[in-house]
Design a protein around this ligand. Sequence first.
Ligand SMILES: Nc1ncnc2c1ncn2[C@@H]1O[C@H](COP(=O)(O)OP(=O)(O)OP(=O)(O)O)[C@@H](O)[C@H]1O
Ligand SMILES: [Mg+2]
Length: 939
Amino acid sequence: MRDSVKRILHIVNLRRVESLQTEFFRRDYLAIFDLSVHTFRFQFLAMERNDVSADRVIAELIEMGFEYSSVMGAIEAVGPSINNAIEFMLNGSNGNSRTQSNGSDISTSNGHNSGKTAMSTPYAMCRTRQSSIMEHLPSSDGLKRRKTHGASGVSISGSETLKLVEEQKASLQYTDHDLGPASKLPITPAYMPEDQVIGLDWEQRVNNILRKDFGFSCLKSFQKEALEAWLAKQDCLVLAATGSGKSLCFQIPAILTGKVVVVISPLISLMHDQCLKLAKHGVSACFLGSGQSDGSVEQKAMNGMYQIIYVCPETILRLIGPLQRLAENRGIALFAIDEVHCVSKWGHDFRPAYRRLSVLRENFTASKLKFLKFDIPLMALTATATIHVREDIVKSLCMSEETKIVLTSFFRPNLRFSVNHSRTSSRSSYEKDFRELIDTYTGKRMVVEKENNAYSCGSENDSDNSSSSDADEMHLSDSEDPHDDYLDGNGAGASSVNANGSAASVEDQLSVEFLEDGLDTFPSVNDLDVSCGEFSGKSPGESRDVCGSFETLDPPTKPEEYLELQHAPLERGPTIIYVPTRKETLQLAKFLCSFGVKAAAYNAKLPRAHLRRVHMEFHQNVLQVVVATIAFGMGIDKSNVRRIIHYGWPQSLEAYYQEAGRAGRDGKLADCVLYANLSKIPTLLPSQRSAEQTKQAYKMLSDCYRYGMNTACCRAKTLVEYFGEDFSNGKCFLCDVCVVGPPKMEDLKVEAVTFIQILATQFRQIGYGTSHYDNAVDGEIQRGRLMEKPNFRMVVNKIREQSHKFAASDQLWWRGLARILEDKGYIKEGDGMIRVCIKFPEPTDLGFKLLQSGMEQPFYVYSEADMLLSMKNPKSYSTFSEWGKGWADPEIRRQRLQGKRQGKRQKRSSRKGWKKISSHHQNLRTVKGRLAAKLSKKH
Ligand SMILES: Nc1ncnc2c1ncn2[C@@H]1O[C@H](COP(=O)(O)OP(=O)(O)OP(=O)(O)O)[C@@H](O)[C@H]1O
Ligand SMILES: [Mg+2]
C-alpha cells in the first residue's frame, strides 16, 4: 500500500494538482486528486450552471472522458444536464434501467450532492475515452479495499481500485509487463489537458528514462525538435542521417503518454528488429504484417495491449475502423510513417500502399472523430529523400500546412567511401576483390586452388579464363554499342523462382542453381516466416542493449588525425555485401564459405525460415558476412557493421546511401566500398514503371553512374549535396578522392573542339544549321531526321576516320569526354530522352558558340574514371579506315566473320569445360534436370 501510494505521489506532484484545479475551476468543474498516505481518494466535484447549452454539456462530458455515443444517448434521455447525464451514463446507459449506484456520489462544489455517483463501475472505466489513471496502476501494488463516503466526494479504496484495475485489464487484455516504463510515468486521464500532464519537465523525464532504460545520455537535438512538434500537435517530417536515431522520435510519445503509437513500416524484418529492441527496453510492442495474420495479436493490439503497434502499409488500410475505436478507448498518441520515402514515386523504393496512407489524416481528425480534441499528429521519417521527394511526401500524406520539417545533416563523418573498378560477378573478380576480406576473417592468406573450387558454380557471365584482365573487356570494341546494355522495361525479367520449385527441398532452394538470375526490385514486405508477432516489455533491468551510448566519431581537427584515420585498420565487425541478383547472393556466399568465412545469402526468394535465421545470426554476431540483395537493407540497425560492399552498380544514390547507412552505426570507422564495372553503363533493373517513372529511374541511375565516374569531388560531399544539403565541410578527408586526391587537370581543348566540330559538321550535313532546327521542321520531317541523327558511336568513328591523331582512340575515353561536355552544357541528348550516357549527342547553342569563338581558352578538366581506365590500359586499334576497308572487301569480311564464329564456338566449348565442374548443379536449373537428378540418385 505504502509503495503504491508513494508511487502515485511520485506520479502526480503537487504542482500539477494545483494547475489542474485551476484548469477545472475555469471550466466550472473541479476534479481533485485527493492523495494521502493511506488512501487514494478520487474526488470528483461538479458544478453545474443552469444555463449551459447542450453543446457545452456534450463538450464537457467528452472532456471528462466519456464516449461520444454514450454522451449523446444520455443527453437525449435526460436533457442537457451534466449531473443527470453523468448519472445516466454511469448507472443507466448500456441498455440498463437507471439504477442508483451503491454509495457513489457526485458532489457539487457548494456541497450539495445531486445524486452522488463515482466513476467506480467497471463499465464506466471502460467507457472512458482515453487511458485513465486506473489503467496504469499495476495490480501488484497491494492496495487494500477501502471505500470512503464523504460530503466532498467519493474515495475509492486501494482494493476497489485493484478490482477495477483487474476488471479493466481483463477487458483490455493488459498484462503487467505490457505497461513497461509507461507504468512508472505520469499518466494522462482522458479529461486532463495533455500538455499539463506531460509537463514542462518532459525533457528531463525523457532523459532520465533514456539513461536508465536505454543507456543513452540524453535526447539528440533533432529528436527533441521532433518531440516538441508532436507536443504541439504538429505534423512533422524528420529528415536525418541513417543511424541517427529517428526511431526514438516516435517511441518516446508511447512511453510518455501511455497512449498507443502506431508505426507504419515497410518490412517485417525491420518491425521484428524494432519490437525486439523495444522489449529489451521494457516497452511492449507488436507487429502486424500483410500476410494471414495471427488474429489474436491483432485483436490484442486493437484492444490497446501494446504501447507500440507496427503495421505494414497494406494492413493498416483495413484497420481504420479498429484503430478509430482504439483512439477512442486507450488513445493514439501519434501515427509514425517510417521510411517515408517509399511514399514517393520519385524516390527509390516506391511502394503503392504507402501512397494510400493519406487515409490516416482523413480518418483521424477532430472534425471526423468527435472524441478527439485535435487531429492525431503524423510524424514521417526518412534518411533518404531529395527535396522533390520531400514535397511529394507532404502532399501525398495530406500533412498539414504547418508541418514542421526537422532536418539534420545527412553527413556521416565515420564512413569511408570509395569506388573500385571490377568486372564483378566472375570467379576471377571474386578472388581479386575479396582476398582482403577473406584474410580479415580467416586470419590467413587466401590460397586459390583452381581445381577444387567447389563454390565455383558456373555463371553465364563467367568464363574459364580467370586470368583475363579487366583491361581486356574494358575497351569498347567498334561493333559494341555502349547502349546495348539498356533494358527498357521488362527485359531480363525477375523470374519466379518458386513457380516450378515448390516441390524442391530447402537444400535445393538454397542452391545457386535453384535460382534463376532473378532480381529483388523491392524487398518483399513479408520477408520473414512470420506475419505478426508480439513482444512484451521486460523489466528494463533484465536485459540491457549492448550498444550503449552512441559515441560518434567527431571529425578530426588536425591533419595528422585525418592521416591516422585514413589508413586506420577496421575492427573486425560484420560485413554486408550487396549484389544485384539473387543468384549471386548464393554464389558469392558459397565462394566466401569455401575459404572459411562465415557467410550466408539473403534474398527475397529464399525460404523464410532461412531468412529469419540469417537475421538472428547476423544480430548475434554468428555470421561474419551477409551477401544480400536490396531485400536486406532499410532500417537494419546493428551497431558494429564495419563494411558495406556494393558489388555492382546500385540503382540510385538514395538506395546506395540507404544501404551504406547500415555501416558504422556505433559511430566508429566503417568502410563503404562500391565495386562496379566502370567500363560498362549500368542498366535499369526491370520493374513495372510508367513512362514518367522510367524517366526518373534513368535520372537516378545516371546520378549514381556519375558518382562512380567522379574522380575530383569528395564522395561524402557528392552524396549529401545530392540530398540538397550544403556541405560546408567541403571535404570528408576519408574517401578515396580525398585521400588519393584528384588526377592532374588536363587541357582537353583539342579533343573537345574535335568532338563538337565533327558533331556540328554532321548536323550541317543533314540539314541542321543550328540547334534551333526543332522549331524549323514539322514533326514528320523531324522524325525522319532523327533517324539520321548521329549517334555517339558514329561520332567517335568519324573522329577516328578524320583525325589521324585520334585514329586509335578508345570509345571508352570519348564517352567520358562526352559526359563532361554534356555536364558543362556544350552538348545534349538529341532525342530528349534521359539516359545514363548520351546516345544522340547534339551541340547546344553554347557548343556552337564555343566553336565560333575558336575556343581560345584552354579547356582544363579532370579525367573521369572511365577515361583514366582507358588510358591506364591502352589498346592498339587498327585505324578506322583500315578496319572499314576490311569490311568492304567481301573476302576479308568472310574471313572475319568465320573467325568470329570460331571464336564464339571456342568460348562456348571452354565454358562447357567450366560448366562440367558443376553440370549436376546446372541440371538442377530446370524441372526436368531436377527430376533427372533425383532419379539418378535413386538408382
Ligand atoms: N539519443 C540517443 N543517444 C544515443 N544513441 C541513440 C539515441 N537515439 C538513438 N540512438 C541509437 O542510434 C541507433 C540508430 O537508431 P535508429 O535505428 O533509430 O536509426 P535511424 O535514424 O532510424 O536509422 P535508419 O535511417 O537507418 O533507419 C540505435 O541503435 C539507437 O540505439
Ligand atoms: Mg529507422
